[in-house]
Structures are given as C-alpha cells and as structure tokens.
Ligand binder design. Structure first.
Ligand SMILES: Cc1ncc(COP(=O)(O)O)c(C=O)c1O
Length: 326
C-alpha cells in the first residue's frame, strides 16, 4: 500500500479517528446545557455549580463531579460510592500532570528526590517533568514483557536514593519556603514521584495485575511516593470480560491506613480518547478529599477557577444523557 494513502486504522496517533468524533452529540449537549443554565438561577447556586460561561468553582461543577463519580462506580463496579469531592476537573491529562507536579512535588534542595517513569513511557511526558524541575532527576523502571514491573529493581533504586543523605520524616513549611503561601493550605509534597500508565500502557500495551497494583501502593506508602496513574486508556477495554482492571486510586482508597489524610495515588484521567482531544476535558481522582482539594488550589486554579469549565459541563450533559459515554 502506498504510504500516501490514509490507513484505515492509524495506531501511531492516540486519538479517535475524525469520523468517530461525536460532533452531533456535542452540539446537542452544548445546546442543552446553555438552555438549562438559562440565567434564572434555578439550576445552579453560583457556588458549588456555576453558569458554564462564568468562572467555575475550583474543583469544577459539583453536578459534573457527581455524574463522573457515579459513572465510575458503575464502570469499575465499586461498592463504596465515590465521593465527588475526591474529583478535581481538569483540561485533560497533559495539563493534569503539570498541575499534579506543581502541587505535590518540589525537586529543589532534593525535597522531592527523584521522579521514576515506567519505561518505555509515553514519549511526550518527560518534558512535563523537565518543566517541573526534574532535569537530572529522572529514572526509568523497566516495564517487563508481561506488563509487570521489577519491584526489586525499583526498591534497590529507592534505597540508593535514601542512602545518599538523611531522609527527614516530615516535610515542613521551612523545607518548601519558596512555594509556601500562608494564605493557602500547605501543599502535600511527596519524597518521590512515579509516573505509570498501569492499564494498556503507552507504548507497550501492558497492564499491571491487581496483586502488583497492591504491591506498588505498599511500596509507595513505605517510601512516601506519589503514584501518578495516567488512566487514559483503561475504559477502552475490548477484552472479552466485563471485569475491568481496577484503578490504583480505588485500591488506595479501599485500603487507606487509619489516619492517612492524603493517600498515595492520583488518577489522572481524560475524555480525550473517549470523546475527542479537542474538548480538553479530564479529571483527577484521589483517595481523600483533602488531596483533591489541594490539586484545585494552585495559583492558576484560584485565579481562573476550574480550567475547562464549559467543556466539563458539556461532558456532564453527555454523561446524564448516556450518549457517547454509555
Ligand atoms: C499516556 C497518555 N497520557 C496522556 C495523553 C494526553 O492526554 P490529554 O489529551 O488528556 O492531554 C496521551 C495522549 O496520547 C497519552 O497517551
């Protein structure tokens, strides 16, 4: 076949083909939301839910977060309903990583010592870590041929970083003085950060077993690691089974140690692959409301409100109608 012909399936690019984009459904949903929020103030309180053409609440409209929460309860067969306050709406996974790194890491002075990426990794993600100050602080952890990771290799690397200098148990406001703001809640800064696409990884396509997901969470608790779980493909599951791979964030939530206020996982999810990347809409989910709240307290969020307000309200309408997102 000539290379000039358009291939029927293009596996190089990770987005829906143009003919699959839900143009009609988005048009209808947009019309619906803009007529529902018609200025009568009946449908929104201006605080938890604001007009889609106004500034949004920091976490995003509550009605949209509730819809995403119950959609995921159904998708993942969760028995404990998801708290919508554990969800922070975003403008997609790429923005999401930038926001997570800005709110939960501080590579300066070795406060966050190292970032680990399961390798090979999504080829455009390294730059987000470089932007956040992780140049020279990036380590790869091999994804094995069966989609698992070598825990021994990972722990050996962790121990080597731990042995380089004393590891303080608590990270204090003095440690993070350049990013400390007395007018905002203190950031939760992690000692390490791990980036992983645990289900249908990009580019190898592997998926971690449930046992290894739990093992990873244990390791994260032991070494104060934030796991950024890029949950962008897990709902595109065409296996012959109705049991999906469990999200790391749900496993973290189900086994949260007594008194733990933040958890160790952030699910960084997107609607780019399910609806269309031009929408720039996604969400982050955490095991506790406290960590989700912190994700919504960055300077840009506080200034502009949730970053993709109109579009996340449109996604909410698609969830309500059951069109495109089932
Ligand atoms: C693993 C992974 N994360 C993130 C993205 C980008 O997602 P978004 O469009 O939500 O920024 C992609 C896109 O290909 C991806 O493959």
């Amino acid at each position: 076949m000539s290379h000039q012909k358009i291939a029927p399936y293009n596996f190089f690019k990770g987005h829906p083909s143009t003919n699959l984009l839900p143009t009609k459904e988005i048009l209808e949903a947009t019309q619906k939301v803009l007529s529902r929020f018609d200025g009568t103030l009946d449908n929104y309180d201006g605080f938890n839910d604001t007009h889609p053409l106004n500034y949004g609440p920091d976490l995003g409209n509550l009605e949209v977060r509730k819809l995403i929460a119950s959609w995921n309860d159904k998708n993942f067969g969760l028995t404990t309903p998801t708290d919508p306050n554990c969800i922070n709406l975003t403008s997609g996974a790429s923005y999401g990583i930038m926001n997570i790194l800005a709110q939960t890491t501080f590579p300066r002075d070795d406060i966050t010592r190292q970032a680990f990426l399961i390798s090979p990794t999504y080829f455009l993600i390294n730059a987000a870590f470089v932007d956040a100050g992780f140049s020279g602080k990036l380590s790869g952890i091999d994804e094995l041929d069966d989609g698992q990771i070598d825990f021994e290799e990972f722990e050996t690397k962790l121990k080597s970083f731990e042995s380089q200098s004393e590891v303080k148990k608590e990270i204090t406001k003095e440690d993070i003085a350049p990013i400390y703001d007395p007018y905002r809640p203190m950031k939760k800064i992690f000692r390490y950060v791990l980036y992983i696409v645990p289900t249908f990884s990009n580019p190898k396509g592997g998926s971690l077993t449930t046992e290894n997901r739990k093992k990873l969470i244990q390791l994260a608790r032991k070494y104060n690691i934030l796991i950024i779980s890029d949950d962008v493909y897990d709902l595109l599951d065409f296996r012959d089974t109705n049991k999906r791979y469990e999200r790391l964030v749900h496993l973290d939530r189900e086994s949260l140690p007594e008194g733990e206020e933040y958890g160790n996982v952030i699910s960084n999810a997107t609607f780019s692959k399910l609806l269309g990347p031009g929408l720039r809409a996604g969400y982050q989910e955490t095991a506790t409301p406290k960590l989700a709240h912190l994700l919504s307290q960055g300077g840009a969020h506080r200034s502009g409100g949730t970053p993709s307000h109109l579009n996340t309200v449109i996604v909410g309408e698609l969830l309500r109608s059951g069109k495109s997102l089932g």
